[in-house]
Design a protein around this ligand. Structure first.
Ligand SMILES: [Fe+2]
Length: 204
């Protein structure tokens, strides 16, 4: 009986802790958000180039500013983790891939905003998942000091034929709208996006 009581107390404690945890995690549960810490000893900068940029077509540069929750003050030292599919819609891996790279592929990088809150990355435009109508997208996780990592809206492309009105008209986009518009006819098309920390993020 004593043994059963101990088990019962443990079960109750486990359930209570689980509930407590889910209600306080900023941004809610986020599978893969821990990959924001996967950069090893890479020296993070506010600007970076993702693998394949030099040799592949459909080059893009995405840049912008990360703001604090007031939407006005630039936020420095915020780590941004971005990853996306290749031009066949797959998250490409290589024999050396391990950890989250096996799921997210190697078309990824980590950036750290500078004193003006700026970020930018050069990459190639991703394709929809193979044989699907899933809109082209770039995933992004943010990690600001003293706050757990959470995801914000994926980057989406306004001229993507598979973009949906649901995405275009989201009432409460996480971190602000992720829909970007590419400009320019040069070899590299460019787009900008502002990110507001905590905006429409549960428990923030
Ligand atoms: Fe995806």
């Amino acid at each position: 009986m004593k043994y059963l009581t101990v088990i019962l107390i443990n079960v109750i404690l486990t359930i209570t802790c689980a509930q407590d945890n889910s209600s306080t995690v900023i941004g809610g549960s986020c599978e893969g958000c821990e990959a924001v810490n996967d950069y090893g000893n890479k020296n993070l900068r506010w600007s970076d180039t993702i693998y394949g940029f030099d040799t592949m077509p459909n080059k893009i540069k995405i840049s912008g500013t990360v703001y604090k929750n007031d939407g006005k003050t630039p936020a420095k030292d915020v780590i941004l983790y971005v990853y996306h599919t290749d031009q066949t819609g797959k998250y490409p891996t290589r024999p050396s891939s391990k950890g989250w790279e096996q799921r997210h592929g190697f078309l990824r990088t980590w950036l750290k905003t500078d004193s003006k809150g700026r970020y930018e990355f050069f990459t190639t435009r991703p394709a929809s998942y193979p044989n699907s109508t899933v809109p082209q997208h770039i995933h992004i996780t943010v990690k600001e000091p003293n706050v757990n990592a959470y995801y914000v809206e994926d980057f989406y492309f306004s001229d993507d034929p598979h973009i949906t009105s649901n995405i275009l008209n989201r009432a409460k986009p996480r971190g602000g709208s992720g829909v970007i518009t590419l400009k320019g006819n040069e070899e590299i098309k460019t787009a900008t996006r502002a990110i507001i920390l905590g905006l429409n993020i549960p428990n923030y």
